[in-house]
Design a protein around this ligand. Structure first.
Ligand code: SF4
Length: 220
């Protein structure tokens, strides 16, 4: 399959340029000067949580725990109250406390710029680790969340049963200059056009490069 990545990303960037929104973690990155702790914290909060809720909860948490030391001192009940109403707020608060302790014990209070070290932290999977490496350290990574996974499969770029396998497949076929951007672009695209319940192929800017879109448009 010959995938026209340059045309696809050009079309997605043009679409993105006229949108108002930005994914929550990207917004945290730009408003904190790419602070690794703020990005790690907001990425944990964002799991299975809407962007608007992530933004509010992250701001509240960062006001009281702007670094691992302060998070370590924050009572767990208070941390949970600040994460609420984000989903799994008790688990997230517990994990953030544990992460803060590990960062203080092993990394001098710094977030490590290393995939394996990040994956060893509680509650951190490949999606979170990739996002931290990309947003905080400007490293090459492919962050595959539910939107990137769904769209990559609907388009036919990959044929994979789960996000981690999608990341692995994309690492083989996606030119490296697009690795860092695919998440930001497809998250917003997945929230607005190629949505979970309804793919709006008739207004899709990349329909001509998508197996599903080509089928839908040929039936019209
Ligand atoms: S053509 Fe349809 S299925 Fe393909 S990316 Fe666009 S909205 Fe999604």
């Amino acid at each position: 399959m010959n995938i026209e990545w340059d045309s696809i990303f050009s079309a997605l960037e043009s679409w993105y340029a006229i949108q108002n929104g930005e994914p929550a973690v990207t917004m945290v990155a730009s408003t904190t000067g790419r602070d690794p702790w703020a990005i790690l914290l907001s990425t944990i909060v964002s799991l299975r949580t809407k962007d608007a809720v992530t933004m509010v909860a992250s701001r509240k948490l960062l006001a009281e725990a702007p670094d691992p030391m302060k998070m370590d001192e924050l009572p767990e009940e208070r941390a949970a109250a600040l994460v609420y109403p984000a989903g799994f707020y008790r688990t997230k608060a517990k994990n953030l406390k544990k992460i803060a302790r590990i960062l203080l014990d092993r990394y001098n209070g710094q977030v490590p710029a290393d995939m394996n070290a990040l994956l060893a932290l509680p509650g951190v999977g490949r999606k979170t680790a990739n996002l931290v490496l990309i947003e905080a350290f400007d490293m090459d990574g492919i962050c595959v969340d539910t939107h990137v996974h769904r769209i990559s499969n609907r388009t036919g770029w990959v044929c994979t049963p789960e996000p981690d396998k999608t990341e692995s497949a994309l690492r083989h076929i996606l030119p490296i200059q697009y690795w860092k951007r695919i998440n930001t672009l497809l998250v917003l695209y997945g929230q607005n056009v190629c949505t979970p319940r309804w793919a709006k192929c008739e207004i899709c800017t990349i329909a001509q490069y998508c197996n599903t879109g080509i089928k839908v448009l040929s039936l019209q």
